[in-house]
Design a protein around this ligand. Sequence first.
Ligand code: NAD
Length: 438
Amino acid sequence: MKTSVSELVTAERESTEIPEAADSLFAMAVNVMNHAADVLGLDNYIRSILSQPKNSIIVNFPVQMDDGNYEIVRGFRIQHNNALGPYKGGIRYHEDVALDDVRALALWMTLKCSLAGVPFGGAKGGVKVNPRERSRDEMCRITRRFTSALGTNIGPDYDIPAPDVGTNAQTMVWIMDTYMNTTAGLARQLPLNVVTGKTLECGGSLGREKATGQGVVYVCEEMLPAMGITLKGARVALQGYGNVGSHTAMLLHDLGAKIVGVMDHTGAIVEENGLDAHKLAEYVAQAGGVADFKEATAVDWDAFYAVETDVFIPAALEKMITADIAKCIQTKVIVEAANGPTDAPAEPILSERGIEILPAILCNSGGVTVSYFEWVQNKNNETWVLEDVDRRLRRYVAEMCARVRKTRREFNCDMRTSAYVVALQRIGDVYKQRGIFP
Ligand code: NAD
């Protein structure tokens, strides 16, 4: 993690280039968006606006580590678009975080907020650090320095971060506290809603921790019956067992689905009769991964993908369903809980094999929807009961799924295109009504 000045200069040059490489995640995201824009007949100027983020912020800051040494840490915040409302999006801590990925994730946030019908634009942030290799104190100092480096680039009515891979409610509370003690504190303001996904004690919402998984499950309930799949008894496998994967699995387990396979960064496990998702979540919280869970059989990745399932749920990182996996995976529907899990070359292979894909901007919008509920509760000094949060989320998901189904029929397209068309339609209407300043 020690970085020399020359390495930093090189990294800066590389990371600020507009990606044109064929494997660029941002290019992949823009291509998919442009296809939907073609189907919709979206005006070119709106497409051009959405093909670049509005603001790209890169910060490099020193942090003293536990051994007394100083290290330079790099962080990003991409503010993609705010036509629909304040920028909104998670902050990711991962050793491979790069500008290109964060740009793609920010674009997807713009589309997701539009599709979900919440009044936010899209953003994403990231810090290039492996939180598993850092102490809690180091993560606290990194988070506080990152927040102070962002300064007024975040704010409760301007840009509101939330948790993502490698971050959690504690991270959000550190960001909130730092923001209150620096930027907002100077104006004697204490806005709890500068971040969402906080702990309950510090202004978080009931139901936020499980919200993304809950949203995935509501989408399954809305969309799968028409594909001939009933959740009770359905065979399900998951890739990733962090916040999103574990909550999705536990909720599906409670609805009678069989969790027959799980894999994460530590390995893969299968259990033909279905494993206990709650016990597995408890185990992962202690052990850090699924690999040695005793109530299932450890297998290699080939054997994991060969397990026959009705529903396969990627809930880890981007581009994890490659063309090779698309050729061998034995499932009926891929429910994208992770952002961008299906690599572009995999998509036509899956389609040819008759495997349906429910796209990420549809499946994982439960997180940002309940983040919106948290933001509203903070603004109004309210606390909603869990039943209220769940009931509202279910209504948002049902309306969103109905729009996607109707648009699919109208444009005779796949689910991904349909979800993007719904999202682009709303943004397009807003641009046309607001016009372009001046
Ligand atoms: P997390 O850090 O809690 O969990 C990530 C999981 O991915 C872990 O189980 C980890 O083991 C697994 N993983 C990492 N690298 C892997 C690899 N190489 N192979 C297999 N597994 C690997 O993150 P999360 O919050 O659950 O996010 C998961 C996905 O959901 C991400 O794409 C994220 O952007 C998306 N998402 C999260 C939220 C949220 O509210 N947390 C909301 C919307 C979308």
